[in-house]
Design a protein around this ligand. Structure first.
Ligand SMILES: [Zn+2]
Length: 78
């Protein structure tokens, strides 16, 4: 499984063929992530209307644990 598989972004009319995460291209992923981070919307709301997919990496996935461990080691708040 690669981070950038080929496909089609969930956003209608988006021509980006590279899917970054949650069925979205990098641009749209960041667009939604910003709204979520600002507390304006939640991922669940976008999932409900088909504008995002559930993340493939769960909260307890080993990949995430390793990521969190390294972030903590480097004093990065995530
Ligand atoms: Zn897109």
């Amino acid at each position: 499984m690669t981070a950038c598989k080929k496909g089609k972004c969930l956003i209608e009319g988006c021509l980006n063929k590279k899917i970054y995460a949650r069925g979205l291209c990098l641009t749209h992923y960041h667009m939604i992530r910003k709204l979520v981070k600002d507390g304006k919307r939640s991922w669940e709301e976008f999932e409900k209307v088909g504008m995002s997919l559930r993340p493939k990496i769960g909260k307890n996935a080993p990949q995430r644990k390793r990521f969190e461990a390294m972030a903590a080691k480097n004093n990065l708040k995530i």
